[in-house]
Ligand binder design. Structure first.
Ligand code: NAD
Length: 451
């Protein structure tokens, strides 16, 4: 079956080059900048390396490549917060808006001590490609604050969040840029965000997604990324003739929103989750962990590794624990070349953003381990964020079954699109996903023009 959005090869490059030459010459003349982008080594460069593999297949002109690789806006601010003890702390915060050709900027907000501009830049770019792969009418953005939220009281966290809103309120908005939860930001943080923004701009529930259900949030949003991951695995298993969800053994790194929901849903589907980890420890049970019990255990404030229904293992060994499906669902960059050489799984399903480095990816390819890429796998989160936004615009709440059914449809359709390119172009699934995304974004860019 021919993939309808396919626009590739030298011909397409030349055609686009013609359109672009007259329109974006001035903006994109900086091919030195492209060279810079080509040679920097960083999180954003990792993302760009993957992107360039797809760009090489599409053979777009260099000017267009530069346009697609470069964020539209990067904002850095300092948040001055008076702490509970009267001390003044200053936190660095960022919002990067990567591309809005297909719709308003969209992307999460991360609170983490390792957040820096480069990190946020890379995550913003991933959002552009993710919203395109999922075919939802958004662009890509990301935000972050360099902070260890565990060291802040709830009151300090709220103050810091409200300061962030005041600092970036002129570049975000219901039709401009719509933040969402990411690592260490949850529905409560989103509610503060919505409230603070509404003080300045009037009632604006659609300015942020991932809000509590009782404060204009969507049913099904909390579980959406984990649920989407489960739908993604189901489609992959089908395509690879690996059988059903219930027939697999799973290992999951990360037991936060994404990891715990994925574990829960895979367990409910009859799968065996044989090991999970979090930042502090890991636990395993070869007969399958009782995820319901484990969630109750962790919710009670007890360490994951002390779960009585399993045995503790070193969290460093989680990725190499034998399984069929390995699901990194924590932080980026955890599967480098060294780890990739030691994995004992059939497929890697990237629920986290950027868990595999380009070097790790190359080793996995050599070893014949299939990787389902992040820009598709965890797209369920932003998809239900989109559903939440639509409900906010409609002032109407959908039923949870409706949300989950629509999510299933989106995940299934997106998989079919990337699988078709994977087969037609004989490229890895990651490259296929970027090809699908690049074609969609480029088509919008070119059609909208550059004046
Ligand atoms: P979270 O904060 O709810 O959970 C993160 C989990 O990772 C926790 O269990 C934490 O203990 C663990 N962790 C942190 N550092 C670790 C380390 N060094 N080693 C092992 N485990 C570690 O975050 P989340 O929302 O579940 O997000 C997880 C990943 O999924 C992130 O990469 C995020 O960008 C991505 N993601 C999240 C969503 C969403 O809707 N929440 C959507 C798309 C992508």
């Amino acid at each position: 079956m021919a993939y309808p959005l396919l626009l590739c090869g030298r011909k397409a490059g030349a055609a686009l080059g013609g359109i672009l030459a007259s329109n974006v010459g001035a903006v994109c003349e900086a091919s030195a900048r492209l060279q810079q982008l080509r040679h920097a080594s960083s999180h954003s460069e990792n993302t760009n390396k993957f992107l360039r593999e797809a760009l090489d297949r599409l053979d777009y002109p260099e000017k267009l490549q530069n346009l697609l690789l470069t964020p539209r806006r990067e904002m850095s601010v300092e948040l001055v917060v008076q702490m509970d003890d009267g001390q003044i702390e200053v936190f660095n915060a960022y919002r990067v808006q990567h591309n809005n050709a297909r719709g308003p900027y969209k992307g999460g907000l991360r609170y983490h001590p390792q957040v820096d501009l480069d990190d946020v830049r890379s995550l913003a770019s991933l959002m552009t490609w993710k919203t395109a792969v999922m075919d939802i009418p958004y662009g890509g953005a990301k935000g972050g604050v360099t902070v260890d939220p565990r060291k802040l009281s709830e009151r300090e966290l709220e103050k810091m969040t409200r300061k962030l809103v005041v600092a970036i309120k002129e570049i975000i908005g219901t039709y401009e840029d719509i933040p969402a939860p990411d690592m260490n930001t949850d529905a409560k943080v989103m509610a503060w965000f919505f409230d603070e923004y509404s003080k300045y701009k009037g009632f604006s529930p659609g300015v942020v997604t991932g809000k509590p259900v009782y404060l204009h949030g969507s049913l099904g949003r909390e579980a959406a990324t984990g649920r989407g991951t489960t739908f993604a695995i189901r489609e992959l298993l089908k395509a690879l003739h690996m059988g059903k969800l219930a027939e697999q053994k799973y290992v999951i790194q990360g037991f936060g929103n994404v990891g715990a929901w994925a574990a829960q849903l895979l367990w409910e589907a009859g799968g065996k989750v044989v090991a999970v980890s979090d930042v502090a420890g890991a636990v395993q049970n070869e007969n399958g962990l009782d995820i319901g019990e484990l969630r109750r255990h962790v919710a009670g404030g007890r360490p994951l590794s002390e779960f009585p229904g399993g045995g503790a293992i070193r969290k460093e060994d989680i990725l190499t624990h034998p399984c069929d499906v390995l699901i990194p669902a924590a932080i980026g960059g955890v599967i480098g070349a060294e780890q990739a050489a030691q994995l004992q799984c059939k497929v890697v399903v990237e629920a986290a953003n950027g868990p595999t480095t380009p070097e790790g990816d190359a080793v996995l390819r050599e070893r014949g381990i299939t990787v389902l890429p992040d820009i598709y796998t965890n797209g369920g989160g932003v998809t239900v964020s989109f559903f939440e936004w639509v409900q906010n615009l409609q002032n109407f709440k959908w039923e949870e079954e409706d949300v989950n059914r629509k999510l299933d449809r989106k995940m299934t359709d997106a998989f079919a699109a990337l699988w078709a390119v994977h087969r037609e172009m004989a490229v890895p699934l990651r490259t296929a996903a970027f090809v699908v995304a690049l074609q969609r974004v480029t088509r919008a860019e070119v059609h909208r023009g550059f004046d």
